[in-house]
Structure formats: structure tokens, C-alpha cells
Design a protein. Structure first.
Length: 333
């Protein structure tokens, strides 16, 4: 039964999902994965890495690994912007009556994402740039763009064909390199954010047959609309509700609803609901002014729960060149 479902999954990946982007549970841990406009938003060098094993126990299920780097530019922001100096012990999650929006500045970033589903694999490498405009004392608006390459490969040796020399897929290993680009906007203040982005905006056709005439596929632009709030319930606890809408060109509207409860700047717990797919639980720790770590588990609510033991996702963040010694992000969460 598992092998049969795995085979169906691989076929679906080649024909449809293979052209789409990976899925994540902890979007708010690393918004750079879906929106280039957050590049350089924090005052330190923000390094994030992670690994996701989706539908554990199902042969050929997706696995995703990533590494991202976000670097702010402008010394007035990274060294002299006193609006960033917040005493962490007194103001959990940036709760400060003296909040002042960061000065206008730019940021550069880099992301590397490897996503594998059965015999199909994608490796994305993208560079990004964003500029953060200080509109008033409490509000910033950022515009960002990314550009890179996606190496798409299919190892036909892992597939079983009912028809020898199937015309849809050439035998052996097949790979192709495609350009890709994204655009994003991000608005934020002390206790809110709103963002919208489009990924894979360069139209591409994908074909795993050397003749190029049979079984041709197409990638689709991916859209993300995100929003969140910080609700200060006291000196020690901050609630962080957020949502991610994922409209697309090939199916119904999907969305994630998320809630986190952060206890000062030390740790958090959270939960999420993904439409027609999963419910999730997560927790994380901020280990001083240097490192953070988060883990999420998805319980599958679709029919795949008969063959899957759930999804595991872990993310690790490093705060490098952290001149203000902040112990958690101030402008993303």
C-alpha cells in the first residue's frame, strides 16, 4: 500500500507539484523563504538553516533543506540607530514605549534551497536585495526583489515504467537549469507586519524528454500574502497571531493560521492550522544573543494520515555581528 501511494505521489510530483515551491510550517521563523522584501530587516547578520521531512514513513515523500543569509547595509542602521537599542530583560519581543522606526537602509541576501520528492529534485539558489524606507516614527515600508537559478532534475532510474522507453520521460538522469525571480513588499511597525510576494514569476516550460514534444510541463507563479500582530498581554508574555494566504493559478486558495506565545525573549510555543492538510505544534528557544532554534510537528489531517506518521521540521538561526545584543528578532517573528 505504501509503495503504491509512493508511486502515485512521484507521478504527481513530476506532472504538477514538481514545478512548485517547497512548503514550510514555520514561515514566521524565516520569512526570507517566501518574501525578498525582508532582506536586511534586522540589525544583525541573520543566518538561518533548516530541514523538513514531510509525511514521514511514506516512501518518496518530500524532504527540504535550506540555508539563508540576510545582511543589513548602512552603518547608521547597524551601528548608530538608537531605536534598535532595547533592553531585552525589560521589553520582551520589542515591547517598548520608546519605539522608533529604523532608519532607511538596504539589505542583501542569499538563499539556497534543496527540495526532493521521489525521483524529482529542485535546487534553488537566489540573491536578493531590499530597501527599507522609514515613512514615519512608527512605520517602515520595504520593497525587495530576488533573482537566481533553479536546477531541476529527474532520475528516471528510480521510476518503474509500464511501457519500455516511455515517450514522456527519457531514461537515465535528466536535469535542466532555469532562471527564476521574485518580487515582494513588506510593511511593518512595532507590533504588526503585512507582506505580499510573488515567486517564480519568469514563465518556464519543463520537459524530461529529449525530443521536447511529449509530456511538457509548466511552472506557475506562486503568491504569498502574510500578516501578523504582536499582542502584549503583560510584562512576560507576547501573543503572536499570523496568517499566510497562498493563492495560486492551478487550485483553490490555501492558507495557514498560526499562533505563538513568546515568554520574554527566552522561548515560545505555538500552533497552526493548514487548510485541508495538517494541524501543527511548535516550540523554540532563544539561546542568548547568538542562536535560536525551532521545531514543528505536523499531524496530517488529509487521507495521507493512513500512511504517514506526520511531518518534522527544524530550523536554526544565528545572530552574527549583533552589535545591539538583541536576543530575538525585532521586526520579524
Amino acid at each position: 500500500m505504501r509503495k503504491a501511494i509512493s508511486l502515485l505521489f512521484i507521478i504527481a510530483a513530476v506532472k504538477v507539484s514538481a514545478q512548485q515551491l517547497p512548503q514550510y510550517t514555520q514561515y514566521t521563523f524565516n520569512e526570507l523563504l517566501i518574501n525578498p522584501a525582508v532582506t536586511g530587516i534586522e540589525s544583525y547578520w541573520d543566518v538561518k538553516s533548516g530541514y523538513r521531512k514531510q509525511w514521514a514513513g511514506l516512501e518518496g515523500s518530500p524532504t527540504t533543506a535550506f540555508l539563508t543569509l540576510s545582511i543589513p547595509l548602512n552603518r547608521d542602521f547597524t551601528l548608530n540607530d538608537y531605536s534598535q537599542i532595547i533592553r531585552n530583560t525589560d521589553n520582551p519581543m520589542g515591547n517598548s514605549d520608546g519605539y522608533s522606526a529604523p532608519s532607511s537602509h538596504g539589505g542583501i541576501g542569499l538563499s539556497l534551497v534543496s527540495d526532493k520528492a521521489g525521483a524529482f529534485k529542485q535546487t534553488h539558489i537566489n540573491a536578493s536585495y531590499a530597501y527599507h524606507i522609514r515613512l514615519n516614527d512608527g512605520f517602515n515600508l520595504s520593497l525587495g526583489a530576488s533573482f537566481g537559478l533553479n536546477n531541476i532534475s529527474l532520475d528516471a532510474n528510480q521510476l518503474i515504467f509500464l511501457t519500455p522507453n516511455d515517450p514522456v520521460v527519457s531514461q537515465g538522469s535528466n536535469s535542466q537549469l532555469k532562471p527564476e525571480a521574485g518580487l515582494g513588499i513588506w510593511a511593518y511597525g512595532q507590533s504588526f507586519f503585512f507582506g505580499a510576494s510573488a515567486q517564480q514569476i519568469i514563465p518556464q516550460t519543463i520537459n524530461f524528454n529529449s525530443s521536447g514534444g511529449t509530456g511538457q510541463g509548466k511552472n506557475y507563479a506562486q503568491y504569498f500574502v502574510t500578516a501578523g500582530l504582536k499582542l502584549y498581554t503583560g510584562d512576560d508574555v507576547t501573543l503572536l497571531p499570523s496568517l499566510v494566504f497562498k493563492p495560486n493559478d492551478i487550485g483553490p486558495l490555501n492558507f495557514d493560521l498560526n499562533i505563538k506565545a513568546a515568554f520574554r525573549d527566552n522561548f515560545w510555543i505555538g500552533g497552526a492550522y493548514r487548510k485541508n492538510d495538517a494541524i501543527s505544534g511548535s516550540f523554540g528557544l532563544n539561546l542568548g544573543a547568538f542562536m535560536s532554534i525551532g521545531y514543528a510537528y505536523d499531524y496530517t489531517t488529509s487521507n495521507l494520515n493512513n500512511v504517514s506518521s506526520g511531518t518534522h521540521e527544524i530550523m536554526i538561526g544565528l545572530f552574527l555581528n549583533n552589535n545591539y545584543n538583541v536576543t530575538s528578532p525585532r521586526h520579524t517573528w
